[in-house]
Design a protein around this ligand. Sequence first.
Ligand SMILES: Cc1ncc(COP(=O)(O)O)c(C=O)c1O
Length: 445
Amino acid sequence: MSSSKLSEAPTEPGVADQVQAHRDRLFPWVKPYYDSPLVLTEGEGVWIRDENGEAYLDFFAGIVTTSIGHCHPAVVERVRDQVGRLGHTSTLYVTREQIEAAGRLMEIAPEGLVRTAFTNSGTEAIETAVMAARIFTGSSEIVALRHAYSGRSTLATSITAHAPWRPVPTTIAGITHARSPYTFRSPLGPDASDEEQTDFFIQDLVEVIETTTSGRPAALLVEPVQGVGGFIVPPAGYLACAAEVIRSYGGLLIVDEVQTGFGRSGTHWFGCQHSEVIPDIMVMAKGIANGFPVGATMARGEVAEAWDSLSISTYGGNPVSMAATSATLDVMIEEDVPARSQIRGEQVRRALDALGQRYDWIGEVRGMGLMQAMELVEPGSGREPSPARARALLEAARSEKLLVGVGGLKGQVVRMGPSMLISEEETADALARLAAACEVVDRAF
Ligand SMILES: Cc1ncc(COP(=O)(O)O)c(C=O)c1O
């Protein structure tokens, strides 16, 4: 469906009523973007249409999740077929769909990750990973990184290191946080070399382990690129050194690939592969099933096999989600999504770098593959975050019929991560809309 075809759709009334009903009926934290929220009805590829029949170019993909585009026909067909045959079994029974999806993951996962547990979200996949590390090591302490986001359960919000995402004071003991390898905000300044930055952040990690844990932590949990934190890319060498450090204290390395996985970071299937690091446990969700609710935790055999107590996930690995997973992974493998993500990511990056040169309120452009971001600052202030500009850019992009996301501790980072099957022309179209939105923001401040 082209944008012109999308805009032929009939206009539906009642948008304001629906937004009001959303606000009245749902918990307030189910908070949509925009002063006047979008009510979405249909999507195809990178296009998505609202209740008024207006077409938008989706450059954020439902938080880097519709990894091969809205309603990809191969996924739709497999899910339709599956839902009409067998929709639910629980984890008490064997299904071909679950075995097949686990097999697909093993084809692309780093070597040695041979067992998988399917759940329904990234949060649950994190819970599974932390439990597995605790059982295997007999230790309960987890070291995470500041600016991390791990989900919305009590455990995951305690690991998450962003005050705005913590609704209650941290209640889970045994979780400590080392510095995020956030070079743009590093005390060393942005001009320090990668080696200097890596040494600094690794020293901090060592100190956190030695001063805030028993010295025998169960695991270090890291995102190869911190997603919600604002696509924070660590200096080269950081992840490999961090893996060495945690293992030297007897802990496991848990890598959270919820945002970076499935080609999103370009060239490789998983973000950790850029550093040639093989995790002991790997966490996946979001792009794994093109929007269907799937979380997956993979682990080394001996780690998974240490967990022999009872556990169940009623919906985890259900046949419909598994059909969506295998269909998505089949398309990704066939289309060589990591390579496509790298090439389109470079196209996006060139355009963002040009915007960064042009506007002094773009403090840093960063990212990998098709996860690219601009951190916005108050001009002339050095690095003072500018959430007001990020909000304005989100709204201005929407006026250009372009959907982007925000992130960062203060909401000062504009994030982009479209379908990895986006074409060169669609990418150019999105970037032209973004440039127009930047001009509006520049004039407004
Ligand atoms: C890195 C990371 N881990 C875990 C999660 C939690 O995933 P979910 O929202 O599916 O529970 C998220 C969600 O944004 C995430 O970005």
